[in-house]
Design a protein around this ligand. Structure first.
Ligand SMILES: C[S@@+](CC[C@H](N)C(=O)[O-])C[C@H]1O[C@@H](n2cnc3c(N)ncnc32)[C@H](O)[C@@H]1O
Ligand code: SF4
Ligand code: SF4
Length: 347
């Protein structure tokens, strides 16, 4: 069954996030190759200044279509890798192009009475650390700009430089992002020294993995996802979003849905605008219907399959990423994994 977005929003009610998010992927180009990442790392689409600036009207359209009760908008600037060394040279410094884009974004926000916030997502491998930090200092004179530093327990290069950059940029890092693959869950069971360090020093968001057809072997089964949730409860209660959900559950506090769907858009390098999916994702990869512009039908399918609205944990549950959950080729168990997890922590 397919419902218009407005009706799904009504169903979700108070759990609808107040934070809007624009995920602007400028280009897919990257000089490393993480095992779980489906980007075309050799692609140069979107790397020219004119292509970057062509995103401005798309951002304006999104800002004008947001719900009125949104209290904050974050512009996530993403690649590929935006801070890769070969783009930060004395002949051509791509930070100047990002600055123009950020200035234009700031103007759009001011015209609409919105406070601009920019988040740059990076693999933290740059060796041009001084130059990048100076750029952060300069931009922060007029706009709040922070880094999301990615870390992964498996499939991502973590070097001495990475660790140095984490310390060097500490004050500009808002949080660490980790992707929950099957392999990452296995590694989480062992003691990972870097993960322990990051856990002690930064907020960490554990994001659901969205595979491609060639990485679908990495998507956790429901049973593995449950093992991951149990590790959060036993070892890592500060991890977001489930650590936070446990404390909210204990005090019956409201939790917004954590894998944002509403008031979120993805602007892709070729100027396609979606609600999370990429054009490389084919409808037959997913259960149910696929609508690239609006994935609220996937959320509706999730709510219906798990009978969330009549669930005792609904108020505090962060749910799961409905797009990743809808991936066809993954091992499913009967019943809701979150519910089995909350049952076990309630005992
Ligand atoms: C595509 S990367 C681009 C930014 C930068 N190169 C980095 O690695 O942080 C943006 C974020 O998406 C995450 N990511 C990569 N592949 C993913 C996938 N298949 N599913 C979910 N998140 C993914 C990365 O770990 C990173 O935190
Ligand atoms: S560093 Fe980022 S963009 Fe590059 S391969 Fe890894 S996840 Fe993908
Ligand atoms: S525990 Fe499961 S059924 Fe209950 S609200 Fe969360 S996702 Fe839905």
């Amino acid at each position: 069954m397919k419902l218009p977005q407005g009706l799904v929003k009504e169903l979700i009610g108070r759990k609808k996030p107040k934070l809007a998010e624009i995920e602007l992927t400028l280009f897919e180009n990257c000089d490393v190759n993480c095992a779980f990442c489906g980007h075309d790392k050799k692609s140069i689409v979107g790397m020219e200044q004119a292509e970057m600036l062509s995103k401005i009207p798309l951002i304006a359209n999104f800002l004008d279509s947001m719900d009125e009760d949104v209290s904050m908008v974050n512009l996530h600037l993403v690649g590929g890798e935006l801070l890769q060394d070969r783009l930060l040279t004395s002949e051509k410094n791509i930070l100047d192009d990002y600055t123009l884009l950020i200035e234009a974004y700031k103007k759009l926000c001011f015209e609409r009475n919105i406070e601009p916030r920019v988040i740059v997502v990076s693999n933290m491998l740059t060796t041009r650390s001084e130059m990048v930090k100076e750029w952060f200092r300069k931009i922060n004179e007029t706009i709040y700009m922070r880094l999301i530093a990615s870390y992964d327990l498996y499939g991502r290069p973590i070097t001495k430089r990475y660790l140095e950059n984490i310390s060097f940029f500490k004050d500009f890092i808002s949080n660490i992002n980790v992707v929950v693959t099957k392999e990452a869950i296995e590694k989480l069971k062992e003691d990972d020294e870097v993960f322990e360090f990051l856990y002690q020093n930064f907020p960490i968001f554990m994001d659901d993995f969205l595979p491609d057809s060639w990485t679908q072997h990495m998507i956790p089964s429901d049973e593995e996802y449950l093992e991951y949730l149990q590790l959060v409860a036993e070892k890592y209660p500060k991890l977001m979003p489930f650590g936070d959900a446990i404390s909210k559950l204990k005090s019956s506090q409201l939790n917004e849905i954590q894998f944002t769907t509403f008031n979120k858009c993805n602007i892709l390098p070729n100027n396609m605008v979606t609600n999370y999916l990429w054009d490389r994702h084919r409808p037959d990869h997913f259960e149910g219907t696929v609508n690239y512009e609006d994935n609220s039908n996937m959320l509706f399918q999730f709510l219906e399959a798990n009978q969330c609205l009549s669930c005792e944990y609904y108020v505090s549950c962060p749910l799961r990423c409905p797009v990743s959950w809808s991936w066809k080729n993954r091992q499913r168990s009967a019943g809701c994994v979150n519910k089995r997890f909350f049952d076990s922590v309630q005992k």
